[in-house]
Structure formats: C-alpha cells, structure tokens
Design a protein around this ligand. Structure first.
Ligand code: GLY
Length: 580
C-alpha cells in the first residue's frame, strides 16, 4: 500500500513536472506579455481590479465574480476603501469617476467633487496681516466642502450598474460592523496621525481604543458609527446623507465648531454627469476628466504637444525625452494656473487648451538645446501647495465596461475632524482653492480668479482618472494620487504604454519626473542615469533627483482577450486581482 502511495506521488510529480512547463510556455507567449520590459503584470481573462488596498480590492473582485459589472465593483470598492483605507478612502470627501458602459457604447465623467458652503468667500482663510492662515485652510472645519462621494457612487450604480446601492455598500457595512484585521500599514498610519486624530473626540473614538492606544496588526478593528452611517445609506439611499440624520449631524458639528456647512448646503449638493474631455494620440482615443479637474485637459495638452515627436527613437527617459517632458509640463502648468477652475463659475477654455494647432504652436516654442526659465513661459504668480493623499482604482469587466476612479479627502485623513456619531472623516478639499486671488495684472493675467473660493463652488483638482481606447474598446484604465503631481504621473504612465509600448507593470514602475512651472524645479525619481542628469544640467535644467517618489498608479490594460494589471511598486498594501 505504502509502495503504491509512493508510486502515485511520483506519478503526480512527474505529471505535474511535464504539464507545468507547457502551461508556462502558453502563458509566456501571451500576445502582450512582454518580459523584455523586466516587470510582469497580473493577468486575467474575466475582468480585473487594481486598488490601493487589498481588502477593498477583494471586495471588488468578489462583486465581479458574483456577476456584477465594473461599475458595481467600482462603487463597492469606493465604499469599502472608506472603511479599510480611511486615509484617503471616504464618504466624507469627493472625486471623479470616468465610466465606459459597453452596452450603450457610452463614456461619461462623474463629477462628485466637494462643493463649498453657500456662505464661503475667497478670503475666509486670510488673517489680519493679509496672509493665509494655514490652520484654517487645512485643519479647520472651514476647509471642508460638502462631500460628494455618496452622491457620486449612487449615481454610478443607479445609472450604469446592475446591482442596487444597498448591495454594493453591503461588503463595506460588514467590514465596518464586524471589523477586519488591522494591517501594518494602517496601524502605522494611525499611529503617525495619532496627535492630530486624537485631538478630535469623534475621530479618537473611531480610530483608537478606549485607552487611546492604537489597534495592533492582527487585532479586529470595528467602526460602529461608520457602520451605522453606511446602514442608513443602504436603507434610505443618498437622502440619508444629504437631507437626513447624517446631514443633521454634519450641520450641527459645523455650527458648533466654526464650520460653514448647513443643512441647506448639504441638500444643495449636486453630482454632475459630464462629457469626458476627449483627445487622441497616435490612433488611441483618450477619455479623461474635464473641469473642475484640471487633470484631463492638461494631460491631453501635453500629449498633443508631443504627438509629432518620435520619442521612441529619442529613448525612454533619455535627456532629450525628459527635456521635452519638462518643457511641456512647464507650459501646461502655466496655462493651468490661469485657466483651471469650476466651469460653473469660470469659462475654462477647454477647446483651446486641447486644440492640436495650439499644441503645435506651443511645442514649436520649445528649444531643443536648452531649458527655458519658467518666467519665459508665463510671468505670473505661483500655485499653492497641494496634498499628496488621494487614491485611485481601476476596474474592467469581461463585457468591456471600465471604471477609472480617483477620490480623496485631500490630505491623508482629511482635516482629521469627524462629526460625532457619523464615523467618517471630513475632507479639507477647500484648500485646493487659490486663497489669494488678485485682479488682472499688467499683462492681463488673471491667476487665482478662476480658482478663488465662492459659495457653492468646486475647487480645481488635479485628479486624472483616464480611460484610453483602442479600436473602440477600453484599452487602458489608469490614474493616481499625488496632488498637483497627478497629471504628470498619469501622463507618463500613459506615454509608457502608448508611445513606448511597455507592458502595464513596466509602465507603472519606471522612474517619473514632475515639473509644475512654478517653482522652476523638476523632481526626478531615482533610477534616471547620472549621464542623463548631467546632460539635463548642461541644458540648464534645475532639478532634485532621488529625494522622493511621485504618485501611485493602479492600472489595467485589455488586449486580445486578456486583462493585464499592475499596482504601483511605490505603494504599500495595494492589490491587483484578475478574474479567471
Ligand atoms: N486634492 C487633490 C486634488 O484634487 O487634486
């Protein structure tokens, strides 16, 4: 008997040994699996999710496996991240979702950006000395806009999903109500933010134990108040949030703590379904986020500027290519400072900014042998600093639907405040307004006006959730956090795929750069060769290299019947899951 068992084991091993290389051979020859790039994407046939946090990624994958479409999965991930990744996942913030619904051959951009209170004005953060009070702008209730996430997710599911809102919230509710195992990254984030979050009684109750200590990795972490809020939304829909008891709690908290948001403001919140801003690049079609995000417009502007350059022959991240990137970024961000804002308040010249003739003209101003000074490109004031804490996820399903979603509280954990009993953090998104708007200068520049705070206005964003199409089907879904750097991160990721033909894992991993016109400084991630840096120096570029990372993408490519996905090696605890 023993001998027979031994023989069986040997047989199984031999069979496995002979079968495995054949399977590997098949996988290896998948059409777009290009191992020359040195990085390997996740592969699936039935759909894919790529998310910054693993538990929420599993929620999205389960929804797809249960037969939900990409939009159902996208909304479920949005609610799940509000529980499992409270630094940026949220129901107290807002964002943007680009959706492609295959059966309708329709692509839409959902704007669920936060909105300022009706009583807000451009100078609410300006102190007696005429300076910005950063405490007010970033860490007070005055920095909070009416949250848009609940309205945005609800619209997406109701119009483009197949499941009910309650069904897509259910996994998040379970995670909040029953708890999940504290994971190391969240434990460390909460420990790092303990002073700030611990100073707010409701946030302290939500995120720390009764004795004030942090939950340790592996311990069960429940969020009862958040579970109650999610249950109210499951039962009563978005009205629970905007006109019901959640709105009452938020308005009472604002009134008691110097905030401006009233019940009327909560009720006045509108989610917009917008036409995506559309562009093209060498046969690919780009659908991305229009204003009030500046992301889509300026990414397309940069791609237009470079469409007629043979960057591939110049080389990826060569000095010549990086020079063109920097000069394109310099121009795009100069224009952005003048023209990007809420289209309901300011006439953003989208068509002009994404016009190919305009792009050719500004491209022709780039000298190939030297860096320009930023003041040569547009002499105007600089931009205020923006936070880096946002999160992006991408989903595709087998029917050809796609979701590219970026949302945020602005700073990690928003302003660190929470209305008692709600269990969710408040955003500090209104810091994205320009706080020192000024009248047109001698050159007619009107920087700041476009993005000055007014009642019920949305602050300019940089979020760039994007879907690139090839032959009419979503080919690439991508996006990133990173405040003002988002546009450049998404731009380079897209260029890596469509111009340099990298697989999506390589495209996500290569070193990136960032220039935002003012200050005249390029950030260059480590990994760009010293030779290249030396040439950039000779050309007059000013940069810091190897000091920080830029962005954190979650991307999916569909090609020839396979989904290929990758989360960024720059992010901890992210997951990309392929459905078989
Ligand atoms: N708060 C970051 C952004 O909207 O771009």
């Amino acid at each position: 008997m023993k001998a027979l068992f031994k023989l069986m084991l040997i047989t199984v091993n031999v069979v496995a040994f002979t079968i495995l290389p054949v399977k590997a051979q098949e996988d290896y020859t998948l059409p777009s699996y290009s191992s020359r790039d040195g990085f390997v994407p996740v592969v699936g046939r039935g759909g894919m999710v790529s998310v910054r946090e693993t538990i929420a990624a599993k929620v999205g994958a389960e929804i797809l496996e249960q037969g939900g479409n990409a939009i159902d999965a996208g909304a479920a991930i949005g609610f799940a991240l509000a529980v499992t990744y409270p630094g940026a996942g949220n129901i107290g913030g807002g964002g943007f979702m680009v959706i492609h619904k295959a059966s309708e051959d329709k692509t839409v951009a959902i704007d669920y950006r936060e909105m300022s209170a009706g009583a807000a004005t451009h100078d609410i953060y300006i102190n007696d000395e005429g300076e910005i009070d950063q405490e007010l702008a970033r860490r007070s209730r005055l920095s909070t806009g009416v949250p848009g996430t609940v309205a945005g997710m609800a619209l997406a599911v109701e119009k483009y999903g197949t499941m009910t809102l309650a069904q897509v919230i259910a996994p998040a509710y379970k995670l909040a109500h029953e708890g999940f195992e504290m994971y190391t990254h969240l434990e460390l984030s909460l420990a790092r933010s303990q002073e700030r979050l611990g100073a707010d009684p409701a946030a302290k109750k939500a995120f720390y134990k009764a004795d004030g200590s942090t939950y340790k990795t592996g311990e069960n972490f429940k969020q009862e108040d958040l579970a109650k809020s999610l249950k109210l939304i499951m039962d009563d829909g978005p009205s629970a949030f905007y006109t019901g008891s959640i709105a009452e709690k938020v308005a009472a908290d604002m009134a008691a703590n110097g905030g401006l948001i009233t019940m009327e403001d909560m009720a006045a919140y509108k989610v917009y379904e917008r036409e995506p801003v559309m562009g093209s690049y060498k046969g690919y079609t780009i659908a991305t986020m229009p204003p009030p995000s500046s992301g889509g417009v300026h990414m397309i502007q940069m791609m237009n500027m470079l469409e007629n350059d043979d960057l591939k022959s110049k080389g990826h991240n060569s000095a010549a290519t990086l020079h063109l990137y920097i000069e394109s970024m310099r121009q795009a961000y100069a224009d952005r400072s003048l023209y990007a804002g809420d289209p309901a308040f300011f006439d953003v010249p989208v068509e002009k900014l994404i016009d190919k003739e305009y792009a050719a003209e500004i491209r022709s101003r780039i000298p190939m042998d030297r860096a320009r000074l930023s003041s040569e490109v547009a002499p105007t004031k600089g931009l205020n600093a923006e936070s880096m804490e946002t999160t992006h996820y991408s989903v595709m399903d087998a029917e050809g639907n796609a979701v590219s979603n970026t949302y945020t509280l602005n700073f990690g954990f928003g302003n660190g405040k929470m209305a008692a009993g709600t269990g969710f953090l408040l955003n500090n998104e209104l810091d994205d307004f320009d706080h020192l708007p000024y009248e047109p200068d001698a050159n007619g520049n009107i920087s700041g006006k476009a993005n000055a705070q007014e009642g019920h206005k949305r602050p300019r964003s940089s979020m760039t959730p994007t879907i690139i199409f090839k032959d009419g089907r979503p080919f690439l879904a991508t996006g990133s956090p990173g405040g003002g750097t988002i546009i450049n991160t998404v731009f380079q990721t897209v260029m890596n795929v469509v111009e340099f033909e990298m697989n999506v894992a390589a495209a996500s991993s290569k070193p990136r750069i960032n220039h935002q016109w003012m200050p005249n400084m390029t950030t260059i991630e480590s990994g760009v060769s010293q030779d290249t840096l030396n040439i950039l120096t000779e050309m007059g570029h000013i940069y810091n290299a190897g000091r920080r990372t830029l962005g954190s993408t979650n991307s999916i490519v569909y090609r020839d019947g396979y989904f290929y996905g990758a989360h960024d090696p720059r992010s901890m605890n992210a997951a990309t899951i392929g459905i078989n």
